[in-house]
Design a protein around this ligand. Structure first.
Ligand code: TRP
Ligand code: ZN
Length: 866
């Protein structure tokens, strides 16, 4: 293969920039077919660094002119760099470039979407707009002028404050914006479009009035109030919890239907995927409403954790992302339901981050190297990063953590800093020594902690011995692992004084509890105090006791998950050996008790507790995965529970009806979640009456949560004929074909179906008018979701792999970021049997051999083939 190997970038090679850019003045002339960008940069040599030429970054730019202090300049240009030598120590560089946003299918830089032009500059999109030092430690003050056709693009936005606007010849107009805050280029944004706007305001604690605006596709204003309320709640929450006020006069959110990720925190001008803005009870589910709260908060919180204090380099990404996810998690927990929030966080971590950390793309939350930075916007950097921040809070306590945040801003406001700087502020505020803790930033892999309990009746003492290991780490040095524990008596009582946070700092270490009258049941890793796999040799009786009586809801849930995992994995082995699995009555009885106590324990909790661990999570516990056996085992247990508990499920289904007007609050959402869980169990039974019940719910629901839950349950049915299924799918599309986000749900419910013909359906849907091969949301809903459908993607004949390879090669040049995310479907290919591995290898090799393969996909595929 004659391909140039793309360079690897290393953290250890970091050097400060040779030049600063103090101010940036940009002028955009937006015309159909081309946009002309004139940039005036006030340059200044960095006196701390030996003199070097100026080397600017660029990509897909057509250079029309380059001048220094008003004089045409000599320069050396390559496709990705513009070099100027012999510059004075301070000067003004003016460049004029032409770009073609109408042809920008990568959705990085300036691009066209249905209602106008939008930008995405993180991580390295600004260089696709103009020549620049496109790195986060170069911070500048920006002024921006936009010119465009007034009729087609009446709304012209940029970061900061509007300073002037006016009309021009030929039906055109212009607007000038000034952002008073220094910022790195990745936070730059402009929008030129035809959009509706919802306006409101927020008065900060110190009495400043912030103007709020949400811009959306015309006709969608009635889907904006929830996001606006979420923004106001976030602003208030950050004042109360962290003493952080909004520093802006204008805070704008713009929703766009073509967007690679969830949303982007551009200073004062967030750009969002429509998925995280638009909501109305009939088109969005309870989970959608909650996700909108979280994402709106996330981007708002970045204004301090990311924007006021930013990253020195992209290796420090978790500095802003881990911390901001932790903040949005805490906001979500306060706003909704803290118990189930934590359960869902851990469920998500185990479904995505643990597999990532055990696979070919494993990396520390601060990677040491990368080929393509966009490949490192991962569940590790985000979600494990948030767990690391949470551990800091667990170790030093909430008050010291708050003092550490204050210290972080006192030290670093306006700077571009490193993860060490953050931890140093926490250390200064708390006196805690984080030296050993830094291992969490530098090592990949999920540590395993094996715990052994020993009761000594003579001493009346109980000893927990914890042994840690992490085969993915580069050495055997131990991590600092906070393990929250409590002890319970066999008679279901929490032993007073036994609640502790153990600090495991050695490879193996013992912790003694004194004055313990009888052999206790330990509850370990309460509230999931560290992102580790913890093993303890529990008996089913002990787990059943914890499920019923543990006062920490996370660990009660965890006990249930351990019970279910053991049963399902045991059954999968039975099925693989050709035997029929047996299910113990004790588990059914424990589930029955959960259903009976839903009032006291909360419907939301019970719904989580009765949701069996997912196939992807279960697969991680196996050496070699037989996806068909695993699938049969998990669904076998669901069906068994449905048979045994039909009366309870039916009774609760009737009892839990929500009679009040729909509201996406946690109380109602919990009831709907449990009721719909009952329905999904009931549909495991081959009963036409129950299918009609689901179809009736589908037809009569006045909200998307109930409508979609019924559709999803029906979509899994694998009967030769199931009229309810066919009709529900057809009616759903017919009713919602003009609501893009609902169409995504329709695609996803089919690509995630258990049915054996799912791949054929997915293939057919790629030809359906509902699908758009350039739109990330559609690709994620249909193709990526299929890649996460364990049993269907890993079909024994390799058809799932071949299909995915084909889609990746169709997409990679059009949108490298999204193609690379699809390529991650192959991450765990080595966990399957030899035949499947041979098919997966062939698919991966086919991708790798493709001439001109983009480096985003190449990095993922090379690591997978290892
Ligand atoms: N910083 C964004 C966030 O976490 C993530 C993001 C949005 C992004 N768009 C992107 C990252 C495009 C890489 C590429 O909120
Ligand atoms: Zn973020």
């Amino acid at each position: 293969m004659n391909r140039e190997t793309p360079p690897t970038i290393y953290l250890k090679d970091y050097t400060p920039p040779a030049w600063w850019i103090d101010t940036v003045d940009l002028d955009f002339v937006v015309e159909t077919g081309a946009t002309t960008v004139t940039a005036r940069l006030a340059l200044r040599r960095n006196p701390a660094v030996a003199a070097q030429p100026l080397v600017l970054d660029g990509e897909d730019l057509e250079t029309l002119g380059v001048s220094v202090d008003g004089q045409p300049a000599t320069f050396v240009a390559t496709p990705t760099s513009l070099t100027l030598t012999d510059l004075p120590d301070a000067c003004t560089l003016t460049t004029v470039v032409r770009i073609d946003p109408d042809k920008n299918t990568r959705l990085s830089g300036l691009y066209r979407s249905k209602d106008g032009y939008f930008t995405q500059c993180e991580a390295q999109g600004f260089r696709r707009i103009t020549w620049f030092l496109d790195r986060p430690d170069v911070m500048s003050v920006y002024t921006v002028t936009l010119h465009a056709d007034k009729e087609a693009f009446p709304v012209l936005l940029a970061n900061g404050n509007p300073v002037a606007a006016g009309d021009e010849a030929d039906g055109r107009h212009w607007a000038k914006w000034a952002d008073p805050f220094r910022k790195p280029a990745y936070l730059f944004a402009v929008v030129a479009g035809k959009l509706d706007v919802l306006r409101d305001s927020f008065r900060t604690a110190s009495g400043r009035e912030v103007q709020l605006a949400i811009y959306v596709e015309p006709g969608k204003l009635d889907q904006c109030p929830h996001a606006m309320a979420a923004l106001q709640k976030s602003m208030k929450w950050d004042e109360e919890r962290f003493g952080l006020e909004c520093d802006l006069d204008h805070y704008m959110i713009v929703a766009v239907g073509d967007f690679n990720m969830g949303a982007m925190e551009n200073k004062g001008l967030n750009i969002f995927n429509t998925k995280y803005v638009l909501a109305r009870p009939d088109v969005a589910t309870d989970v959608d409403f909650e996700n909108i709260d979280r994402v709106v908060a996330h981007e708002y919180f970045h204004n301090w954790t990311g924007n006021r204090v930013t990253c020195r380099d992209w290796f420090q990404l978790s500095l802003k992302e881990g911390l901001t996810v932790f903040r949005d998690q805490e906001f979500g927990a306060d706003l909704h339901n803290r118990q189930t929030a934590r359960i869902r966080e851990v469920r998500g971590l185990r479904a995505a981050q643990f597999p990532e950390d055990a696979g070919p793309m494993a990396h520390p939350i601060r990677p040491a190297s990368f080929v393509e930075i966009n490949n490192f916007y991962t569940s590790t950097v985000y979600e494990k990063g948030a767990e690391v921040i949470r551990m800091i809070q667990t170790l030093i306590g909430r008050d010291a953590f708050r003092a550490g945040m204050d210290e972080y801003f006192r030290r670093h406001d306006g700077q571009a800093v490193t993860c060490e700087d953050f931890v140093a502020a926490m250390a200064a505020a708390s006196g805690f020594d984080f030296t050993q803790f830094m291992r969490w930033y530098n090592q990949p892999g999920t540590p395993k902690v094996v715990v052994d309990g020993h009761y000594d009746p003579l001493e009346r003492s109980y000893t927990l011995t914890c042994t840690q290991s992490n085969p993915r780490a580069s050495d055997d040095a131990p991590a600092l692992i906070p393990i929250r524990v409590a002890l319970f008596t066999e008679a279901d009582e929490l032993i007073a004084g036994s609640e502790r946070t153990l600090q495991l700092t050695a490879n193996s270490q013992s912790f003694v509890f004194n004055d313990i009258g009888d052999e206790p049941v330990p509850s370990l890793l309460r509230d999931f105090s560290a992102p580790v796999n913890l093993e303890f040799d529990y008996t089913p009786e002990q787990l059943t006791l914890l499920l019923a009586f543990e006062t920490d809801p996370f660990n009660a849930w965890e006990a249930g998950q351990r019970l279910a995992s053991t049963l399902i994995l045991g059954a999968a082995a039975e099925i693989a050996a050709g035997r029929t699995p047996q299910w113990p009555d004790s588990f059914t009885a424990a589930c029955r008790r959960l259903l009976q106590t839903q009032r006291e324990r909360g419907a939301a909790f019970v719904a989580e507790a009765l949701t069996l661990p997912g196939e992807t999570t279960l697969a991680e516990q196996l050496e070699i995965v037989d996806p068909d056996a695993l699938h049969a085992a998990r669904n076998g247990l669901r069906r068994h529970l449905a048979e045994q508990l039909e009366g309870e499920f039916s009774g609760l289904y009737a009892a839990l009806t929500v009679k009040e007007a729909y509201a996406p609050d946690s109380e109602q959402a919990g009831r709907r979640a449990l009721r719909n869980l009952c329905l999904s169990y009931l549909l495991e039974l081959d009963s036409d009456a129950l299918r009609r019940l689901a179809y009736a719910q589908f037809r009569e629901a006045d909200n998307m949560t109930d409508q979609f839950a019924a559709l999803a349950a029906l979509a899994n049915i694998n009967a030769a004929v199931c009229v309810q299924r066919e009709e529900a799918l057809a009616e759903f599309y017919d009713r919602w074909k003009d609501e893009a986000l609902v169409v995504d749900k329709w695609l996803q419910v089919q690509s995630t179906s258990r049915r054996p013909d799912t791949l054929a359906t997915v293939k057919a849907l790629t030809q359906h008018p509902a699908f758009d091969a350039g739109n990330p949301n559609k690709i994620y809903a249909l193709i990526r979701a299929f890649g996460a459908n364990l049993v269907r993607f890993h079909a024994a004949d390799g058809s799932g792999y071949a299909f995915m390879a084909e889609r990746i090669l169709l997409l990679h040049e059009r949108n490298p970021q999204v193609a690379s995310r699809l390529a991650r479907s192959f991450d765990r290919w080595k966990k399957f049997d030899a035949d499947r591995q041979a098919h997966a290898r062939a698919a991966l090799e086919k991708i790798r051999a493709h001439p001109g393969l983009v480096r985003d996909v190449l990095e993922v595929v090379e690591r997978a083939l290892g």
